[in-house]
Design a protein around this ligand. Structure first.
Ligand SMILES: *[C@@H]1O[C@H](CO)[C@@H](O)[C@H](O)[C@H]1NC(C)=O
Ligand SMILES: *[C@@H]1O[C@H](CO)[C@@H](O)[C@H](O)[C@H]1NC(C)=O
Ligand SMILES: *[C@@H]1O[C@H](CO)[C@@H](O)[C@H](O)[C@H]1NC(C)=O
Ligand SMILES: *[C@@H]1O[C@H](CO)[C@@H](O)[C@H](O)[C@H]1NC(C)=O
Ligand SMILES: *[C@@H]1O[C@H](CO)[C@@H](O)[C@H](O)[C@H]1NC(C)=O
Ligand SMILES: *[C@@H]1O[C@H](CO)[C@@H](O)[C@H](O)[C@H]1NC(C)=O
Ligand SMILES: *[C@@H]1O[C@H](CO)[C@@H](O)[C@H](O)[C@H]1NC(C)=O
Ligand SMILES: *[C@@H]1O[C@H](CO)[C@@H](O)[C@H](O)[C@H]1NC(C)=O
Ligand SMILES: *[C@@H]1O[C@H](CO)[C@@H](O)[C@H](O)[C@H]1NC(C)=O
Ligand SMILES: *[C@@H]1O[C@H](CO)[C@@H](O)[C@H](O)[C@H]1NC(C)=O
Ligand SMILES: *[C@@H]1O[C@H](CO)[C@@H](O)[C@H](O)[C@H]1NC(C)=O
Length: 839
């Protein structure tokens, strides 16, 4: 008995020994160390494993590499086309030095097919990034082959895809052999990812602009992919690679069965790969959905395809039936195409022009021209009759098109400005205002002219001494007042000439006074940083919010201009919509859509006494996500990088469905493409929401908005004000929140009124965690907005926040503020008031 037990123990020890020594610790295959079915090798850090496996729903045996911990999604398969049907397979170094899969009968099923001299001294090592490398076993030994150069359908961080190294899809979920789709990176200079379905282009990413692929809407933010393109000038090769944004996340990109590139994160909780982005993921992302000169728009309800302006369906009947294959044709000749004889009178003898199409996925097959700016790009295009469209992308340069325009898409956000050549009559007089050259804006509308004259005369009469302000006013009016007939009754409606969907009207002071009953106190909604906000009703019954800028306010014409320009360009569900404005006498008035539910602070800090409801957790969470997306849009997705600079709970408005809308862009700043931060002498913002580097040094960047967002987030969760409330161990909410979080009592931070209602504790804790990361003192410790959106919606492991120590106190120094701040003594009317001060 005892002997048996001992021998059992011995066997167990042997087994464990095997497990640890040969099955786990070993990451190498050599001529005398093959792998049999059932055995595996594991990379040195234990992340990747190599061995035999069967796909789900199949008995066939394949050799593959997978994440050891992360269940069976093989990231690489050796014998894709030729599986084994029993467990007699061996993966080994063959006599010729190749890695081979052989079956029980010693027949080679699959081989790496390289020229090696002999099996002697050749090893295959599974590296820590999941690359299987066949090489000579000596220092500086020749590398003969690596699995990264022979991908299956999956890309792991560190792997590169190029013209000859590409992903190919699997046939089906139980059969990893090659399917129809492949993903390649095409083009050396201006590369784009292309997914082919056999010989048919299935989808394309648009060109790499050194930051992102310009036609990848769903994957174009760094949080979703971390894609990067490397140019190797010496080899003349170009590769795309990707990296996980956070080391702690496991992320792969794979080509799925139906030809979509999918970015997936490992979800540790449900042990699944979770899709976070994919392309194509809509009909419009599929190549050539609308034919030549067709514009695809997923948001169109009735039909996703429409002809470009100036073009009409080639086959109207088929087109109406939703058969877009034949595309569109141009309605009119360009002037440059017409022979002199056919030029009839002066009517149609004007120069061709360009129509600006904002937020466009640019067509395929551009040509490139060296051109310093958009104006010269446009001039060059105009001068060559074969140029039918152009675009100027900062980091790519001048792109133009000559033949057919194909695979064009209209986005609601993101995309590029696209300029389409049209004959003069097609432009219908609405010549693009921002167009180069034709800088003279012909104000033909009598009304337009009279308004301008009115403004100018008014200013003259008032003896405006401020020459600068005067000049601004004129150029402002010049830029914006484009003659277009008023649409609605009595108000003078003018197009801002910024594209068809950003119509901003100019109101007369009389209209505004009528709408607000002479700015009646009863209609006052609130007091903002630079003036008061009133509710109003236009003569057509539309409800509006009127922001009347106080004459003494810091917001001069500069800021006013800023706000109007900014908001009219921005289109996002989570940003407030501007309807119009009014400049007359001393009044500067902005007119917004009216938000029946007013601002978020009423809900968050309200005590229910004025009948505000208490927002449940789900709603709060949706609001947090909405704000995050709105800010992300400002930072990344809109064409311009915009720093809001005054994010705060009272600047978030709620529509009738309690969707959050960010408002108050009076202090926003536009950054150029490569600019990341700016230093200002004029610090504007709101105490409690201002980041340390901004308050102390006047440096602002995306990360200062992130800080403010973090404060807003914490306020929404806790219903406490960041500054101005009393906390046990801390001077402000962020300090208090950190304390509680650190003691594992984060859940106690949740608004006590939600006790007993339904909420997901892990969601609450995650939110607080993200909020704490946002309010880190150190800029580099704060995540980007993109990362935040990602963090909120996935289960990725988050970094541990450090204790935030910075705080600004208001006047009374009792509540121990940092000594750095002693020199800053502020005096402001109320805590939530925006401030401006010079340094
Ligand atoms: C590789 O070389 C080292 C040193 O030269 C040797 O110790 C080792 O056994 C070799 N491994 C194989 C698999 O040949
Ligand atoms: C395997 O396939 C079965 C049915 O075909 C399915 O229910 C199961 O979810 C699959 N498992 C995985 C990990 O895909
Ligand atoms: C397999 O074939 C090789 C030669 O191709 C030979 O050297 C080896 O001994 C064979 N092994 C078995 C188990 O038959
Ligand atoms: C391998 O060697 C053969 C003959 O020596 C040659 O034809 C072939 O091109 C070589 N293959 C590679 C990949 O070098
Ligand atoms: C997968 O493909 C193979 C061969 O193409 C076929 O025999 C099998 O039925 C397919 N399995 C599924 C689940 O579609
Ligand atoms: C591939 O991904 C796309 C986009 O996410 C999705 O619509 C499609 O259903 C996926 N295909 C399969 C077979 O899962
Ligand atoms: C679409 O129109 C083309 C040409 O008019 C025709 O050949 C094709 O069959 C049509 N497709 C469908 C699905 O009707
Ligand atoms: C213009 O002239 C060219 C030859 O010079 C001719 O081929 C073309 O058809 C003419 N176009 C028109 C519209 O008359
Ligand atoms: C059109 O007229 C211009 C001068 O007015 C002449 O130079 C040009 O050759 C003419 N082109 C054609 C196609 O007749
Ligand atoms: C010129 O215009 C008139 C009407 O405006 C038209 O009847 C005539 O056919 C035109 N001639 C040419 C050559 O296009
Ligand atoms: C117009 O552009 C095409 C293509 O770039 C070129 O071949 C042609 O010479 C150009 N024409 C003129 C007049 O510059």
């Amino acid at each position: 008995m005892a002997a048996t037990r001992r021998s059992n123990l011995f066997l167990l020890v042997c087994f464990l020994n095997c497990v640890f020594k040969f099955c786990l610790a070993i990451n190498t295959i050599s001529s005398d160390q093959p792998i049999r079915d059932g055995q595996t090798i594991v990379s040195a850090n234990g992340v990747f494993e190599l061995g035999f496996f069967s796909p789900n729903g199949s008995e066939a045996r394949y050799v593959g590499i997978w994440y050891k911990e992360l269940a069976k999604r093989a990231v690489w398969v050796a014998n894709r086309e030729r599986p084994l049907y029993d467990s007699s397979g061996i993966f080994m170094i063959g006599n010729d030095g190749n890695l081979v899969v052989v079956d029980g009968g010693n027949r080679t099923i699959s081989s790496t097919e390289v020229n090696a001299t002999s099996a002697e001294n050749i090893v295959a090592v599974l590296s820590d990034i999941g690359n299987l490398q066949l090489r000579e076993n000596r220092s500086n030994g020749l590398q003969l082959w690596e699995s990264f150069h022979h991908p299956s359908d999956t890309m792991v961080p560190g792997m590169r895809i190029g013209e000859t190294v590409f992903l190919s899809s699997s046939k089906n979920s139980s059969n990893p052999s090659r399917g129809n789709y492949i993903t390649v990176l095409e083009g050396d200079q201006m590369p784009q990812l292309v997914i082919w379905d056999g010989a048919v282009k299935h989808s394309r990413s648009g060109q790499w602009d050194r930051r992102t692929f310009i036609g990848l809407r769903t994957m174009n933010t760094d949080y979703s992919t971390g894609l990067d393109v490397e140019f190797n000038a010496q080899e003349g090769t170009t590769y795309v690679s990707f990296s996980a944004v956070e080391v702690t996340i496991r992320r792969v990109i794979y080509l799925n069965l139906s030809g979509s590139m999918v970015v997936a994160n490992w979800n540790a909780d449900n042990k699944q790969w979770t899709e976070i982005a994919s392309t194509p993921d809509s009909p419009c992302d599929v190549y050539d959905t609308c034919g030549y000169f067709g514009m695809c728009n997923d948001d169109e309800l009735s039909t996703i395809c429409n002809c470009l302006d100036g073009y009409e369906p080639r086959n109207q009947d088929e087109w109406n039936k939703g058969n877009w294959t034949e595309g569109c044709v141009r309605k009119q000749q360009f002037r440059c195409e017409r022979n002199n004889s056919s030029t009839n009178g002066t009517q149609d003898d004007e120069e061709d022009g360009f129509m600006e199409l904002p937020r466009t996925k640019l067509p395929d097959f551009p040509r490139y021209m060296i051109s310093p700016d958009r104006a010269s790009c446009e001039a060059a295009c105009l001068n060559n009759c074969s140029c039918i469209a152009y675009a100027f992308v900062e980091t790519i340069g001048c792109m133009f098109w000559e033949n057919n325009l194909i695979d064009i898409q209209s986005y609601t956000s993101g995309g590029e400005q696209f300029y389409l050549r049209l004959s003069h009559s097609e432009l219908g007089g609405k010549q693009q205002l921002k167009g180069f050259g034709i800088a003279l804006i012909i104000i033909s509308g009598v009304l337009g002219f009279s308004i301008l004259t009115y403004i100018v005369c008014r200013l003259r009469k008032k003896g405006i001494s401020n020459k600068r302000g005067y000049r601004h006013m004129i150029s402002f009016a010049k830029i914006f007042v484009s003659p277009k007939e008023s649409k609605s009754g009595d108000s003078h409606g003018y197009d801002f000439g910024q594209g068809k969907d950003s119509e901003v009207r100019i109101f007369s002071l009389k209209d505004i006074e009528a709408a607000t009953e002479l700015f009646a106190v009863a209609n006052k909604l609130g007091q903002g940083g630079f003036g008061s906000v009133y509710k109003g009703k236009l003569s057509n019954g539309q409800e509006i919010a009127v922001k009347r800028l106080s004459t003494s306010s810091g917001q001069g014409i500069e800021e006013f201009k800023n706000e109007v320009i900014l908001i009219s360009k921005l289109q996002h569900r989570n940003l407030v919509n501007i309807i119009g404005f009014c400049i007359q006498e001393d009044e500067k008035v902005l007119v917004y859509e009216y938000m029946p539910n007013k601002s978020l602070d009423k809900f968050v800090f309200g005590n229910g006494m004025r009948g505000e409801m208490v927002l449940d957790w789900h709603k709060r969470y949706m609001i947090i996500e909405g704000i995050a997306r709105g800010v992300l849009y400002l930072h990344r997705d809109s064409r311009l990088k915009i720093i809001h600079r005054d994010l705060k709970t009272s600047n978030i408005l709620l529509d009738d469905e309690l969707n959050p809308k960010i408002s108050d862009f009076g202090m926003a700043r536009i950054f150029g493409g490569n600019q990341d931060s700016e230093n200002t002498n004029r610090v504007v913002g709101t105490y409690g929401y201002m980041s340390p580097e901004y308050a102390l040094q006047g440096i602002f960047s995306e990360k200062s908005d992130v800080f403010s967002f973090g404060v807003v987030l914490l306020e929404i969760v806790t219903s406490q004000k960041n500054s101005g409330s009393c906390f046990q161990n801390s001077v402000n909410l962020s300090g208090h929140a950190w304390q509680m979080w650190n003691e594992g009592k984060a859940l106690e931070l949740l608004d006590s009124r939600l006790a007993g209602s339904y909420y997901d504790p892990s969601e609450v804790i995650r939110c607080i965690h993200v909020g704490l990361l946002c309010v880190q003192d150190n800029v580099t410790d704060r995540p980007t907005m993109a990362a935040i959106v990602s963090m909120l919606s996935s289960d990725m492991v988050l970094p541990v926040p450090k204790k935030p120590v910075f705080s600004i106190q208001l006047g009374n120094g009792e509540r121990g503020s940092s000594s750095l701040l002693k020199s800053l003594v502020f005096s402001v009317p109320s805590v939530s008031e925006s401030i401006v001060y010079g340094r």
